[in-house]
Design a protein around this ligand. Structure first.
Ligand code: NCD
Ligand code: ZN
Length: 355
């Protein structure tokens, strides 16, 4: 059994409030614990989106009553909240900027609006950007001009990771995350997953892109699932929404790379615990750890997972590692597949914490 610190996922969609048939803080944090995550940072593209005090209040209430693991909330940059959203900074983990095609209503098309958001959000608080291709260059420049760091979400392509590498070499304050699905799947897997279900943003890329991510592992600060649950019926329907669930498979999939010697345990912990905690300034979770059995093969089946979405792009995959136990703040939170932490026991990482 291998003992690791509690994993932190800096990018999940828990759909609460508004689309709780896909997921909510209860099912989503159960999935997190099953996957070895003791803290998750939730994205603001809920219904309503978390772009103002009312949205923040609604999400805080949902999370407080249902979360089983610790959580942080992102504020969303909207078309008209660049003067008001900074007021949400103390209660949130960062501002999310959507510069490219996504699920929900938070996409920003207007460059001036993006510029205003980057200038107005407090410089000591993180900004996370969904910025693909040329939008990435814009996000890097605007962050640099504002003299503030930018975190780039779900980098998926060769041109993107090379641009971030160049920016880092020039001293630009940028960090980035990559998902397990972009590290392990390519467009060749679309046939297996099925065209509709395989839709995800950013899309699955080429084998060359995937190789470039692995070749530039040193440039990747975090692994993030971008857990984006939509029900199987929705994915199979007329207009399938983009997104993959990922919380319950991430560690085990990445462990395949550990097994193959492509990734060390230290490199994994750096990207799934240390760096996300540092980038978002999260408090240490006292007496918190997970126990992983590295030789306990299991087959991925959606029916066995806690996520409400009831499907996974990794269906049928045989994985070696299994999270056996999670201890969260001194209490057993997961044991042999059973989630023990009750809804409402998770804490907001930005709430004043008793020491
Ligand atoms: C995300 C979702 O469903 O909320 N979908 C996705 O394909 N990644 C949105 C997003 O992260 O852009
Ligand atoms: Zn996302």
């Amino acid at each position: 059994m291998i003992r690791l610190p509690g994993l932190i996922d800096p990018h999940v969609h828990l759909r609460d409030p508004g689309e709780t048939h896909k997921e909510d803080f209860d099912s989503g944090t159960a999935a997190a614990l099953a996957g070895g995550f003791t803290a998750v940072l939730a994205m603001p593209n809920t219904r309503p989106p978390l772009t103002d005090q009312a949205g923040l209040g609604a999400t805080q209430q949902a999370a407080r009553s249902r979360a089983r693991c610790d959580y942080g909330l992102f504020a969303g940059a909207g078309a008209d909240n660049f003067t008001s959203v900074a007021a949400l900074a103390p209660a949130t983990v960062g501002l999310k900027l959507y510069l490219d095609h996504t699920f929900g209503l938070l996409r920003l098309d207007d460059q001036e609006t993006v510029h205003r958001h980057v200038a107005a959000w407090p410089a000591d608080r993180p900004i996370a950007a969904h910025a693909e291709g040329r939008s990435l260059a814009l996000a890097l420049l605007l962050g640099h001009l504002a003299g503030r760091p930018i975190h780039i979400c779900h980098v998926s392509r060769r041109d993107e990771i090379l641009l971030i590498r160049s920016a880092k070499e020039k001293g630009v304050a940028v960090t980035c995350e990559v998902t397990p699905h972009h590290l392990f799947l390519t467009e060749d897997d679309i046939r297996v997953i099925g065209l509709k279900r395989a839709g995800v943003r950013p899309p699955l890329a080429t084998a060359g892109d995937r190789h470039a991510l692995w070749d530039n592992l040193a440039v990747i600060d975090c692994f993030a699932t971008d857990h984006a649950p939509h029900t199987a019926a929705e994915k199979d329907g007329e207009q399938p929404p983009p997104g993959f669930p990922g919380l319950e498979t991430a560690l085990a999939i990445l462990w395949e790379a550990v097994h193959e010697g492509r990734l060390s345990t230290e490199e994994l912990v750096l990207r799934m615990h240390t760096n996300p905690g540092r980038i978002y300034g999260l408090p240490e979770q006292a007496e918190t750890w997970i126990e992983v059995d590295p030789q306990s093969a299991w087959d991925v089946h959606a029916a066995d997972l806690n996520s409400r979405c009831r499907w996974t792009p990794f269906e049928g995959m045989r994985l070696r590692a299994r999270v056996r136990r999670v201890t969260l703040r001194g209490r057993p939170a997961l044991e042999d597949g059973r989630v023990l932490a009750e809804p409402g026991t998770g804490r907001d990482v930005r709430a004043a914490s008793p020491t």
